[in-house]
Design a protein. Structure first.
Length: 283
């Protein structure tokens, strides 16, 4: 496998085995009632074809959802219904938007990866949040793309498109037989985004598909991502020199690289440093 899977307090990261080879980032947002675990297989499939890309899959906070009789479940914001009028308030969406924006900002500041090498991707409610977040970033934070699967533009009364982000590439896949988020919501999203001046938005209908993801859609998503986020060696992330790492950082990097067995019996820091340096040089 060209990647490692790391689980940490509800967030799953699928990262290149050699972190120094990373030149892109995709943040994947799950749908209502799901968790990060629901999209690990999708991230792994994409990582096989994009070994230079890091995928971060956070889990939404657990909170009551009005539409589901107030039951608490993972949700990026409250949903009272799926019609246009019910879709106006979306209580909690600003907090979730800020959380996702913080993930992007942290990755930018920690690794030097530019926003133009990042993408947001989501299913259903997660797709809605991807649109709401990605098109509301600062003008100098234009993403490489946004992927919406069976989603819609939420909280239209609160939505503000940032000037300069009209050319953000967007792929919107939606099933014509979706019984939960009706295809009409997708066409209305298309009309709304067109009225805002979006120039690179594409809505692709999947005949007969319900509220799910099918293999053809994943293939189309992969094509969209590789077109807008191809590998770029000039954008590879800045990684810390092993000799400057703490022992905690060294052990984490060695584990991520799959070198734990080779480090069994090591006592001196220099042994860990040399092992990681040699592995990076070869990979």
């Amino acid at each position: 496998m060209p990647y490692n899977v790391i689980r940490n307090q509800g967030t799953i990261t699928v990262t290149p085995r050699n972190e120094a080879k990373q030149s892109a980032l995709v943040v994947i947002l799950h749908g209502l009632g799901d968790t990060a675990e629901g999209f690990v297989d999708v991230a792994e499939h994409l990582a096989e074809a994009m070994p230079y890309c890091k995928f971060i899959i956070p889990t939404a906070p657990t909170q009551p959802v009005t539409m589901n009789m107030g039951m608490s479940m993972p949700s990026w914001y409250d949903i009272t219904g799926l019609d246009e009028r019910s879709n106006e308030k979306c209580k909690g969406i600003e907090e979730s938007r800020n959380r996702i924006a913080h993930i992007l900002k942290s990755q930018h500041e920690e690794s030097g990866l530019p926003y133009s090498r990042m993408a947001l991707m989501g299913f259903s409610q997660g797709g809605a949040l991807s649109l709401f977040t990605g098109l509301g970033l600062l003008s100098d934070q234009r993403l490489a793309g946004i992927v919406v699967m069976s989603g819609y533009l939420p909280a239209l009364s609160k939505f503000k498109l940032t000037n300069g982000l009209e050319s953000t590439p967007i792929f919107h896949g939606h099933g014509t037989a979706d019984p939960l988020v009706l295809f009409g919501m997708a066409t209305k999203t298309s009309e709304a985004l067109s009225s805002f001046g979006l120039t690179k938005y594409k809505l692709k209908p999947y005949e007969g598909m319900q509220h799910t993801v099918i293999q053809q859609e994943i293939m189309d998503v992969l094509e969209f991502l590789t077109q807008n986020l191809p590998d770029d060696e000039s954008c590879r992330v800045a990684v810390k020199d092993p000799s400057e790492m703490s022992m905690k950082e060294l052990r984490a990097a060695i584990k991520s690289a799959g070198l734990s067995r080779q480090s069994v019996g090591f006592c001196e820091k220099i042994e860990f440093v040399n092992l990681l340096k040699e592995w990076r040089a070869k990979n």
